[in-house]
Write a protein that binds this ligand. Structure first.
Ligand code: NAP
Length: 275
């Protein structure tokens, strides 16, 4: 019987996850099907009851359910507890586990780029920033600071993870070797013209990691590249969090070098065709 998988979130308009995982099932000849299940908060409880009743074989979880869904799992991994949010549900025997694969997704591109993480500045203090901070700790960052336009939120994140807090207006004064954009600034649409960091403070010997991957080259990434900094793409974070989900569900490893062009075509197809 076809094994059912899906993603819950709200709104879920342009999720790339069905493309990734359905491609993975056909790539490995697995009888599985993955679909987007737009689920507003008030429908989470009923969805999870159906999930167990069917039962579905696995689930991706996105905003706004990443913390709330933990209560519906039988067990949460240590990593999920550390972050305080999960994005993946999977079965081991009769036990439904909740895991956070965003941390692995964030770390892998840095490891593959051979970047050693020194002093790191996290721009933004929402849900993604939590996974970034846990990832930076795992990678042995020498110092981690967080900054955000809402000072109280930055202080709350810093308090939870024992980080330095930097005033948003003074963010360029922090001696960051790695700057991570965990805000939506630069995202396609009304925020596209924005960068979270002044480009005159970027140069060789620094690295930037932009979690925003649409457009293909954000203003932040473009300016960092021009300044001679190393640029790490948020698309790779998306790729590796999905690779890790698929591995938890099937034991198979999706080849990132095949997945990346598939996603690039889906995201930037027209732009790629135009060169
Ligand atoms: P979130 O929980 O809504 O947090 C967003 C953060 O950005 C908050 O600190 C928010 O500040 C700040 N922010 C929003 N608009 C801003 C603006 N115009 N100027 C300055 N700061 C602003 O979102 P999230 O889940 O952490 O996601 C953050 C970004 O990462 C999104 O663009 C998301 O698409 C991306 N992301 C990418 C991946 C990937 O795989 N590459 C994974 C997860 C997330 P306030 O709280 O003060 O509003």
């Amino acid at each position: 019987m076809t094994r059912q998988y899906g993603i819950i979130g709200h709104p879920l308009a342009h999720s790339l996850s069905p493309l990734v995982h359905n491609w993975g099932f056909s790539r490995f000849g697995i009888d599985g099907h993955y679909e987007a299940c737009d689920t507003p908060p008030e429908a989470l409880s009923a969805f999870m009851a159906r999930f167990r009743q069917i039962p579905m074989a696995g689930l991706s979880v996105t905003i706004p359910h990443k913390t709330a869904v933990m209560a519906y799992a039988d067990a949460v991994t240590d990593l999920g507890l550390e972050v305080g949010a999960v994005n993946t549900l999977y079965w081991r025997g009769n036990v439904l586990w909740a895991e956070n694969t965003d941390v692995e997704g964030f770390c892998r591109p840095l490891v593959e780029a051979g970047l050693s993480v020194g002093a790191a500045l996290v721009l933004g203090c929402g849900g993604a920033a939590r996974a970034v901070v846990v990832g930076l700790k795992r990678l042995g960052a020498s110092r981690i600071a967080v900054t955000g336009r809402t000072r109280e939120k930055a202080e709350a994140l810093a308090g939870a993870f024992d980080l330095e807090v930097v005033d948003w207006e003074a963010r360029a004064d922090y001696p960051a070797q790695l700057c991570v954009n965990a805000t939506p600034m630069g995202m396609l649409g009304r925020l596209e013209a924005l960068s979270p960091y002044p480009s005159e403070r970027l140069g060789p010997g620094q690295a930037v990691y932009d979690l925003v991957y649409n457009p293909r080259l954000t203003r932040f990434a473009a300016e960092a590249g021009h300044a001679g900094a190393t640029v790490v793409s948020g698309l790779d974070m998306f790729v590796y969090q999905a690779v890790e989900q698929f591995r938890l569900w099937t034991g198979r490893v999706l080849p990132a070098e095949e997945l990346r062009p598939l996603l690039m075509q889906a995201l930037y197809g027209e732009a790629l065709a135009r060169g």
